[in-house]
Design a protein around this ligand. Structure first.
Ligand SMILES: *[C@@H]1O[C@H](CO)[C@@H](O)[C@H](O)[C@H]1NC(C)=O
Ligand SMILES: *[C@@H]1O[C@H](CO)[C@@H](O)[C@H](O)[C@H]1NC(C)=O
Ligand SMILES: *[C@@H]1O[C@H](CO)[C@@H](O)[C@H](O)[C@H]1NC(C)=O
Ligand SMILES: *[C@@H]1O[C@H](CO)[C@@H](O)[C@H](O)[C@H]1NC(C)=O
Ligand SMILES: *[C@@H]1O[C@H](CO)[C@@H](O)[C@H](O)[C@H]1NC(C)=O
Ligand SMILES: *[C@@H]1O[C@H](CO)[C@@H](O)[C@H](O)[C@H]1NC(C)=O
Ligand SMILES: CC(=O)N[C@H]1CO[C@H](CO)[C@@H](O)[C@@H]1O
Length: 775
């Protein structure tokens, strides 16, 4: 029997053997010491008692009677007072050996015999935690099953779990969670059921618009993931299927004939809307168009209310039917509101076209103004009335625009709606000056309607209505007349100032009036009044003392007197002064103006006869030679002569001694033998015919003894009078000569300071020079 055990359980046997060997050594000694019996080897024990591992022999009356088992093999217990080894609790008898009870069973061990150690099943769905369960109390529920007596344990149904190895019922999943299947063993198997999602240990129903089919801790699915306008019924939660997504959200529509679970929605396009959640209808769910002309905001789709329909910019809202109409001219609306178009105002204020969006598009047209109502809110436009002007361009915006009054003395001449100040034209008699309007001044005129300065009548003109008084504000050039002090000029085409000695008080085309005889004007020209004849003319003087400076009476200065004239109020003629070294009588032509024209009287020595100076023969015989070698010295000699030098000549006498010849007082001068116009018989020299006096002249040609001065002309045929006139007409001529065959005029250099002396014959001196006329 042991042999078979070893064969079948060699491993166990080996262990037992080892233990037995060790135990034997110890037990033997112990037993010997205690003396109760002799300890046997295991083999001996087993020979005596099955399954006994240690034993001793019991002594009775000193004789070995029988073996007493002290311990059995594992799985056995000592029984029957050491005479047997029975199955230990937790073991069962399989007809040949005690075996561990095994899982799912319990074993009470042997009760009354080795063989009755039975193996008992725990029951359906139960297990034990060891292979050595001794009692059914050790039978516990399998994981996933509920414990119950006997065969009563059953699966934990869905929604519950049991980890097992206990005697409990299944535990319900908490918080509404459930399990996917039966026999869940752990709370971890508890998941959110369909129609809900998991949140901190609880199942929360899928909200509206979501659904969930699976038992899982996933989120609920969004209806909108399928199509954005889908949702579930309002007020209902915990939806399980996409087919529950059969409600169309506000702002969406859906085409007809679709199937629940696959409904495609369409967002309401711009300018439409749809209100509320509605169940899908196989006839289709349609968005509603805004009222005609009304629109939704740009880029807005999915409007959910008719309130989204607005009047777009430039359109006005009709609150009755929700339509919009384009703003007419003169109105505007910024839009995206529910306002009617606002009026720019009344009158001429308007907009350029329909559909204006801003008050800035309102404008007061050029040439128009506006006024604001008392409350300041409404502008009324109007055409700028006569004599005002508006602006040149349209004025945009609801701003005040004034019509500006034309300046005083200007008007628009019956034209309305003028756009700028250029329409304000001057009244007649007014002109523009640097933007100012002024009355036309004297000598200017302006007809109505212009914007220029007044026109100038012209130099020497003035404006008048009566020919006497100048006026301002003339309106026509027919009012322009020759001004006071001005008359028609010699050419007859223009005007000139009244010459000196003339005056003209009137403003008319008449000639200037001459001042009274002998009088003239202090003014050089342009005298206006008779009282401007306030002075004597040159060569004239008043008689006696000044009486009336404004109306002097002037007479011509007589011989030996002169007057420069022009002294205001007049002046007596002055007596010619005597030059140095001449104490004789000073004479002159009548009416001379300067003492330069005064000359000393040429006296023929001792004779009473007077000689006409221009026929004095300048014969060498009557000269006294002087040593002076130059013209200057010769002049000086004459000047200084104590004998009274009447004049001198400096001539190039080649053979006649001194060149300087002085005509001294004392030698009589013959009167020229001829008179009239014929040529004289002898050669003669005639001196200084122009300026009343002989002075001195240069000799011209030393080689020609008869020549005096530089020849100007020579003529054989002219008369005396013609030659005299010729010399008189030539500024350079100082005299002329006759050499019995030819006349010759000559030029010479006069010498300042020389004393010229001229005989006055009768009343006249240089009678061929006209006296100044007195009138
Ligand atoms: C009983 O158990 C023993 C030991 O485990 C074994 O060797 C034997 O074969 C078993 N007998 C039967 C009939 O199963
Ligand atoms: C779960 O258990 C119940 C009884 O508890 C049973 O009716 C059902 O068939 C089981 N389900 C599965 C999938 O085994
Ligand atoms: C939706 O609009 C379509 C197309 O205009 C029309 O055929 C259908 O009848 C409408 N459905 C409803 C419910 O009004
Ligand atoms: C200007 O306006 C006034 C007043 O409205 C009117 O009487 C007049 O005829 C208008 N003149 C012109 C030229 O239009
Ligand atoms: C025109 O007449 C007025 C008044 O008589 C006068 O004051 C003014 O100086 C005159 N002007 C001219 C340019 O003569
Ligand atoms: C007079 O002068 C002219 C011109 O110089 C000359 O030709 C003529 O001979 C002169 N006569 C005498 C008489 O000297
Ligand atoms: C107590 C009880 O009813 N036990 C039974 C359990 O099920 C097994 C197998 O079906 C039966 O043999 C037991 O009698």
């Amino acid at each position: 029997m042991l042999k078979g055990l070893i064969k079948m359980h060699s491993r166990l046997v080996l262990l037992l053997c080892l233990a037995g060997l060790a135990g034997v050594a110890v037990a033997t000694r112990d037993l010997s010491a205690d003396g109760r019996g002799l300890l046997q080897t295991e083999a001996d024990c087993k020979r005596s008692i099955d399954f006994c591992s240690t034993c001793r022999y019991a002594f009775l009356h000193g004789t070995v009677t029988k073996a007493i088992c002290l311990s059995c093999d594992t799985g056995y217990v000592v029984a029957e007072e050491g005479r047997k080894c029975w199955c230990a609790p937790g073991y069962f008898w399989n007809t040949t050996a005690c075996n561990p009870c095994g899982t799912d069973n319990y074993c009470a061990g042997s009760v009354s015999a080795l063989g009755d150690a039975a193996q008992n099943a725990c029951g359906t769905n139960k297990i034990t935690t060891t292979d050595y369960a001794k009692s059914d109390k050790e039978c516990v529920a399998k994981p996933g099953y509920a414990w119950a007596d006997g065969n009563g344990s059953d699966v934990c149904p869905a929604g519950s779990y049991n980890p097992g190895y206990n005697t409990r019922d299944c535990t319900k999943c908490p918080g509404g969670l459930t399990t996917v299947a039966n026999t869940s063993t752990s709370t971890a198997d508890c998941k959110a059921p369909g129609g809900s999602y998991y949140l901190r240990g609880r199942a929360i129903a899928c909200a509206q618009g979501t659904y969930k089919a699976a038992i899982a801790n996933a989120d609920c699915d969004e209806c909108s993931a399928s199509s954005p306008g889908l949702t579930t019924k309002f007020g209902e939660v915990g939806k399980l299927a996409i087919s529950d997504c059969a409600v169309i959200k506000p702002g969406y529509g859906a085409a007809a004939s679709q199937v629940a679970g696959a409904i495609a929605t369409v967002i309401c396009p711009g300018d439409t809307y749809r209100v509320g959640e509605v169940d899908y209808d196989a006839a289709g769910v349609n968005c509603t168009m805004c009222g005609t002309g009304s629109k939704t905001l740009p880029n807005v789709e999915g409007a959910t209310s008719p309130d989204a329909c607005l009047a777009p910019p430039g359109w006005g809202w009709n609150s009755v039917d929700g339509t919009s109409t384009e703003c007419i001219e003169g109105e505007y609306n910024p839009g995206w509101n529910r306002e009617a178009c606002s009026s720019c105002g009344s009158g001429t204020i308007t907009t350029k076209a329909k559909g204006s969006v801003s008050p800035d598009q309102c404008f007061t047209p050029a040439g128009n103004g506006n006024s604001r109502s008392a409350d300041g809110l409404t502008l009324t436009g109007f055409v700028c009335p006569e004599n005002t002007y508006g602006r040149g361009t349209d004025t945009f915006g609801l701003v005040d625009v004034e019509c500006t009054k034309c300046m005083e003395h200007t008007s628009t001449v019956g034209v309305n709606a003028t756009i700028d100040v250029s329409f304000c034209v001057a009244d007649a008699g007014y002109g523009y000056y640097d933007g100012e309007v002024k009355l036309c001044d004297y000598a200017f005129y302006s007809s109505a309607g212009g914007r220029d300065a007044c026109e100038y009548c012209g130099m020497g003109k003035n404006t008048t209505d009566d020919g006497t008084v100048g006026i301002q504000g003339a309106s026509a050039n027919t009012q322009c007349h020759n001004a006071a002090g001005w008359e028609v000029d010699d050419a007859g085409t223009g005007v000139q100032q009244c010459l000196r000695g003339y005056y003209k008080p009137t403003i008319a085309e008449v000639a200037c009036t001459k001042c009274l005889d002998g009088t003239t004007t202090s003014l050089m020209a342009g005298a206006i009044l008779e009282s401007d004849c306030d002075t004597c003319r040159p060569g004239f003087g008043i008689l006696g003392s000044v009486v009336d400076v404004t109306a002097p009476l002037c007479d011509m200065c007589t011989s030996g007197k002169y007057s420069a004239g022009y002294t205001p109020g007049g002046q007596e003629c002055l007596t010619c002064p005597n030059p140095p070294s001449f104490s004789g009588l000073m004479v002159s032509r009548n009416g001379i103006r300067t003492p330069e024209d005064c000359v000393g009287e040429f006296v023929s020595d001792g004779a009473t006869t007077t000689l006409e100076w221009d026929v004095i023969e300048m014969a060498p015989a009557v000269f006294t030679d002087d040593a002076a070698a130059s013209v200057e010295d010769c002049q000086l000699a004459c000047h200084d002569s104590a004998l009274g030098c009447q004049y001198f000549e400096f001539r190039a006498y080649a053979s006649a001694g001194s060149q300087c010849k002085l005509r001294l007082t004392g030698a009589d001068i013959a009167k020229l033998a001829f008179a009239g116009e014929d040529a004289p018989a002898t050669s003669l020299l005639f001196l200084e015919v122009k300026e009343s006096l002989y002075t001195v002249y240069d000799a011209a040609d030393a080689a020609d003894a008869t020549s005096v001065g530089a020849t100007i002309t020579a003529s054989s045929s002219a008369t005396f009078a013609a030659v005299r006139a010729s010399c008189n007409g030539d500024l350079s001529c100082v005299g002329f000569s006759w050499n019995t065959t030819h006349w010759r005029t000559f030029a010479g250099v006069k010498w300042e300071g020389a004393i010229g002396k001229v005989r006055v014959v009768g009343e006249t001196l240089n009678s061929w020079i006209a006296e100044p006329i007195s009138n």
